[in-house]
Design a protein around this ligand. Sequence first.
Ligand code: ADP
Ligand code: TRP
Length: 358
Amino acid sequence: MPVPVASAITAGEARPTERPRVLSGVQPTGALHLGNWLGAIRNWVALQSDHDTFFCVVDLHAITVPHEPARLAEDTLSTAALYLACGIDPQQSTIFIQSQVSAHAELCWLLNCVTPLNWLERMIQFKEKALKQGADVSAGLLDYPVLMAADILLYDADRVPVGEDQKQHLELARDIAQQRINARFGTRGSDGELIPILKVPQPLILTEGARVMSLTDGRSKMSKSDPNEGSRLNLLDSAELITRKIKRAKTDPQMGLEFGNPERPEADNLLGLYALLAGRSRAAAASECGSMGWGSFKPLLAEAAVAALTPLQERYRELRDDPRYLGEVLAQGRQRASAVAAATLNRVRQALGFLAST
Ligand code: ADP
Ligand code: TRP
């Protein structure tokens, strides 16, 4: 297969001004699920045509909690292949692996040295994950949001599409750029105006599909870290497994599917999933399933899930059967990302007063 990838831009080349830049990423920690797709990756696909899009697999983030070395490379590759299978197009987007662009770790260090410790200690995700880790919390876990800030700031990203849960991390990235780098190290133009060093990014919090809930508890988020496999639909689950998981999904004693009843979070979640997977508007799904019992609704939902995931799984298999193609996409992505990242890192190094390397 030929490698249809975006042409490499070299450092210093002007970026296309009319297209805002977007950067996002997902950690390669185990199988991606429906929440990752509907809440994140599916929305990236829609941004590609009118944004300059960068998508990375954030493998350095994946080692902030204990990980299995034997699985990291495979999970990284399979996550990248899933990006492509979900419709991220290497001709339109730069797809790369975070750890292969060393500027991420370097900028993270520079940002570490200007970020107040107490900004990190109050991050909700850190507190939640630290609780789960018990005594074995790494400095990397505390530093997670600074590395994420480096990911974003290196690419002068205008917008960062993320789920609700990442909003606080994005605010931190904005504060680091604005208050800790630009305000302290930026220079003033002849008109007294501050010349920023780093671009201050805007969050792009996507609402539809933003929160896919667990199949076994409509009040908690579908998540890779839930120990119960039956709580999530993974993108690579077989048709039988999808059908079985949906069959066992939690229900309630009432007839008829509906949205917005606080007493019926499972009905709301599964009807929302049906609308998204079957490509129906919420109103159309609500009227179609409004008087259906769970016994007729569940097979319908399973069928919609299998139909939506089958083409994605076929594309995934093709990509995994052709490791050279994927390797070339990632090599080109790395080259393009490195050029952009090196220019930004250089700006920050200069602003902080480092001796220039010749
Ligand atoms: P998880 O919570 O399963 O570990 P990650 O934290 O790696 O997933 O999230 C990767 C991306 O997927 C993020 O942008 C996040 O907002 C999105 N995401 C994760 N779970 C869900 C969900 N249940 N519903 C919607 N989006 C989700
Ligand atoms: N922390 C993000 C998450 O858990 C993943 C991530 C790392 C990310 N770096 C990023 C998302 C940069 C957007 C931009 O989902």
